[in-house]
Design a protein around this ligand. Structure first.
Ligand SMILES: *Cc1c(COP(=O)(O)O)cnc(C)c1O
Ligand code: SF4
Length: 447
């Protein structure tokens, strides 16, 4: 496999953050007021990028509108005017470090750092003790967060896990080893999928990744039947699969998982077709597929970055062309700089419908704009009428109660709503059909 790698010069992964971005040769090509905005917003929200993204993905002649630039560089509109001025003012007068820290912390607390009850709900117990590093919300699929995989090769400005990258959450999700996972799964025979996630688990070396996963693979033959790896490394650091020192070993590990009789599902996070435009990412895709792994693609729909049907149409058709299966379009979660990034549910659905109308059926595997809410994953099926009332039709793709799966339900049409919580039930109903049951599940879970 290394022969293909020799076509690509090996690159060292170099990160840039607020601390050293000024040393990058491109820094001075950014207009001065934009540089200030990066420094101000970057105090509050995470910022990390690398040479590959800077040199090969961003079109510097198109900044500040370039979508990849907006994907990784803090944007002035990500903070409210008042918050922005507070931070800018503190920086200008060189406020003492602990004052700046307090201002920043206060602002972060107003950005809903813990959406959808992730911390309280979904963490399984063994003998009454919560198991760190595991989330189990839907029967068949368990999420596993190895502690060594809780960063990324670059940070997305819209990321819903932003609190963990700025030290506002204590990585309570993160697992140090796999023993707890194996012990927990022993009592969960209905689980078919273990989804390894982060951050990005592929920031780990292959050795470390093996250390986490091998005990699970050894515990029982051919079970769990699917290992999913959620990663943005194809977009942010494709060298991981081509020229990194342990790239070949990573692919060998993928082959071993497949040879063990399991399905290896690579859940690739791509936001924009530009991320599919370099020779090395295409080589990385080819190499991953050659191991027998299946790549699926997913992304949130995000204002200022990919809120156009044409972007999605190209993203999906190019995914298909390179042998990847479009899987999810997500709705941006209700956290962080969502005022800047979110768009109305009705608009997200229009983008989805229009993009889908321009691709063949092979790309229409993708599930429409979906919200990961406390109740479950809710897909927007689109607007319709019940008699005279305009409604938005929704359904659960995953429910906290599996009985909710695929049940359509109706909200009163609201052109502005950006999240399920802003929608009201149609027909003047008091509540959506699942709400009483959800509340009693939450109450019984409050331990
Ligand atoms: C999306 C998600 C899953 C996986 O759902 P699929 O529809 O099987 O892809 C599992 N757990 C959580 C918490 C999720 O948000
Ligand atoms: S790759 Fe995923 S976890 Fe990492 S910053 Fe982007 S959205 Fe967040």
């Amino acid at each position: 496999m290394s022969d293909s790698a020799s076509r690509f010069p090996s690159r060292k992964l170099r990160y840039y953050t607020l601390r050293n971005i000024e040393k990058h040769r491109l820094w001075n090509s950014i207009p001065a007021e934009t540089r200030e905005a990066i420094r101000v917003v970057g105090q509050v929200l995470p910022f990390r990028v690398n040479d590959y993204v800077l040199d090969q993905l961003i079109d510097w002649s198109a900044i500040p509108d370039d979508p990849i630039y907006r994907l990784v560089f803090p944007q002035p509109g990500m903070l409210s005017d008042g918050d922005y001025r507070r931070v800018a003012e503190a920086l200008q007068r060189h406020a003492p470090a602990d004052e700046l820290k307090r201002v920043v912390h206060e602002i972060r607390q107003t950005l809903n750092p813990n959406p959808a009850g992730q911390m309280e709900l979904n963490v399984p117990l063994v003998e009454g003790n919560p198991i760190p590093g595991i989330q189990h919300k839907y029967h068949e699929t368990v999420l596993f967060f190895p502690s060594a995989g809780q960063t990324c090769h670059a940070y997305c400005t819209f990321c819903f896990r932003w609190p963990q990258f700025v030290g506002e959450s204590d990585y309570r999700f993160a697992a140090r080893e796999t023993d707890d996972l194996v012990a927990y799964l022993a009592g969960q025979p209905q689980v078919s999928d273990v989804l390894v996630t982060g951050g990005d688990p592929l920031v780990m070396s292959t050795d470390v990744l093996r250390r986490y996963l091998q005990p699970l693979l050894d515990a029982k033959p051919e079970w769990p039947s699917t290992i999913r790896i959620g990663s943005k490394a194809l977009a942010y650091w494709p060298a991981r699969f081509v020229t990194d020192a342990d790239a070949d070993d990573l692919l060998r590990f993928f082959e071993e998982i497949v040879a063990s009789g399991r399905n290896l599902a690579f859940m690739a996070h791509f936001n924009h077709y530009t991320e599919l435009s370099t020779p090395i990412v295409l080589e990385a895709i080819r190499r991953i597929r050659s191991t027998g792994a299946m790549i699926r693609t997913q992304s949130p729909v995000v204002r200022h970055i990919n809120d156009s049907a044409e972007v999605w149409r190209r993203l999906w058709s190019e995914s298909i062309k390179h042998g990847m299966v479009p899987y999810y379009m997500f709705v941006e979660r209700d956290t962080g700089a969502r005022n800047y990034f979110s768009l109305p549910l009705a608009r997200a659905w229009e983008i989805f419908r229009e993009a889908a109308s321009g691709v063949s059926g092979l790309a229409r595997t993708v599930r429409g704009p979906s919200m990961s809410t406390t109740a479950g994953k809710v897909e927007i099926l689109g607007p319709a009428y019940i008699g005279e009332e305009r409604v938005l039709v929704l359904r659960f793709l995953q429910g906290r109660n599996p009985e909710w799966t695929y049940r359509p339900f109706f909200a009163h049409y609201d052109e502005e709503a950006t999240w399920l919580s802003e929608l009201k039930p149609a027909q003047n109903a008091e509540r959506f059909f699942f709400e009483d049951e959800l509340q009693s599940m939450i109450d019984s879970d409050n331990r």
